[in-house]
Write a new protein. Structure first.
Length: 157
């Protein structure tokens, strides 16, 4: 599951956001809206899509599945100029990330997260940083497919 530690530079992104919790999961609603309008973003960089979460500062210290966070559906862009109506700019800050590979559909995504937060992170010597967490939905990503692959990026100090 663990692939590498990587430092990324700041990235310009564009997309849509929604407030949700794990109990009130609105991911389908978010991605449905984004996918129907992303073709109008003219300054895209590459074909990867990003599922990104912005958690409150104490989200993991006092974990509660009813706590709200902001979820984004994004694509990387070269500029925030000329974004189509309904698309918002997002600036992903630079920083260090642990990158993991998740294989399978969303039904076993919890197993990947459990490994990351209960096994890998406590024994890694790193600490979780308060920056966005995200998944890269690249060429091997297939929605609701057991053969799907995506990268899970966890921010580190």
């Amino acid at each position: 599951m663990f692939l590498r530690i990587e430092f990324i530079e700041e990235r310009l992104m564009a997309g849509q956001q929604i407030e949700m919790s794990l109990i009130n999961n609105r991911t389908g609603e978010l991605w449905s809206g984004f996918m129907s309008t992303r073709k109008y973003i003219t300054d895209r960089i590459g074909n990867d899509l990003y599922s990104l979460q912005v958690y409150p500062p104490d989200y993991f210290a006092a974990f509660n599945p009813a706590t709200n966070f902001t979820k984004w559906a994004l694509t990387e862009v070269s500029t925030h100029d000329n974004l189509p109506e309904g698309m918002l700019p997002f600036l992903l800050p630079a920083g260090k990330y642990a990158v993991f590979l998740h294989k399978g559909d969303t039904t076993n995504f919890g197993i990947t997260l459990q490994f990351i937060f209960q096994q890998w992170l406590p024994s890694s010597g790193y600490q979780l940083d308060n920056r966005p967490h995200f998944e890269v939905l690249g060429a091997k990503y297939r929605n609701n497919d057991p053969l799907s692959e995506e990268e899970v990026w966890i921010p580190l100090i």
